[in-house]
Ligand binder design. Sequence first.
Ligand SMILES: *Cc1c(COP(=O)(O)O)cnc(C)c1O
Length: 448
Amino acid sequence: MTTPTDRPATSADWLRRDAAAVWHPFTQHATWTDDTPTVVDRAEGPWLIDVDGRRYLDGVSSLWTTTLGHGHPDVNAAITAQLARLDHSTFLGTTHTPGIELSEALIALAPRGRGPDLTKVFYAGDGSSAVEAALKIAYQYSTQTGHPRPTFVRLDQAYHGDTLGAVAVGGHELFHRAYRPLLLDTIGVASPGSRDHAPRERAALAAAELTAAMRDHGDQVCAIIVEPMIQGAAGMLDYDADYLRLARDLADAHGALLIFDEVATGFGRTGSMWAADHAGIVPDLLTCGKGITGGYLPLSAVLAAEHVYDAFLTRPGDTAPRTFFHGHTYTANPLCCAAALANLRVMAEQDVIGQAARLGDRLGKLLEPLAALDGVTEIRRLGTMTGVEVTPRGERTGFRVCQAARDRGVWLRPLGDTIVIMPPLTLGDDETDLLVNALAEALDEVLA
Ligand SMILES: *Cc1c(COP(=O)(O)O)cnc(C)c1O
């Protein structure tokens, strides 16, 4: 017989303990438990399972990371094997085999096209810390190749992470406003993805602003930083590849570096390995994270062009060290590197990029009828990065749509009033149908 003291703990029990002890990211705790958040206990493939045994389709890949689904046997085995061999060893002063192998693999996969080859890999732990490293590299590069260029060109509505440097090059009003007094000076230009204007006008306006910013301030700009092809956290604002070609030209003309932040877009998310591939443009620095380990462990990296790396090498007659004095305690943790290597192996063996491209096309077709619904403003998509923007109907409309989807077995997290759909790249047809049907019903319920 079960008594109240020895029955298994339920979601409600765990949520009481959570509320007493935990401070969650991007979360308003005054109302947190009112929404009865899901207490995730297990996961398999595309499914999350809560402590009460309820199953939810992981419709946003556990915040854009889980590209292969949960519990992939190859990734699990690679992590376990690495754990038995070497758990951690520092990358400051020693090196290790998974770190070397992963660097080689990333360089082999780096985007090709107009721009330099990316030939060196610098590791960090999260997307933000990769961006932070890239910003410091770009500034120090300017001091070691010409003259100090203390500013960056950044796009309106950009999101590059939450550390202060990353926030300084961000342009997300809601997330970034509060910290403005703490930030570096940067030059904001119009987003080519802004929905304030029709497609042709927004492209022309953004191109004109970028050109003017570089004309007026180019010799003070160490780098232009963009999320290539699509601004994720802004609500999946996709834009034309021509903008990236222009950014490459302007960076070159003014001696600035070009940084592509592919933390969200890398590793097949947009239907090709990199968003850069859609434009055929290669940046001088490329940041990646999120899907790099298939979503299993935290890891990020900066891929750097040889000419950037070279500027950090000591030469005869130097009066100051050229060293990049930057790194984190867990830089290139071997378990994370092993997970990433396994992920890249599975991606190659199972043509995960091809699967992602097909899944994206299928999602696009299935979502098409929803675009006509009253209250759906626009559906935007590149590969499997999808945003369904709704017209607000009262408070937290996007969130209420996601709650209604959760009632139907699909877990989603919105960006304001944009519902994000970003499933594992290997999602099957049945689960894709379930996802879109749940969303359709949820939209009906909330927008009716
Ligand atoms: C998520 C994201 C980041 C931040 O990555 P974290 O791992 O959350 O620090 C940076 N840039 C882009 C484009 C992102 O989508």
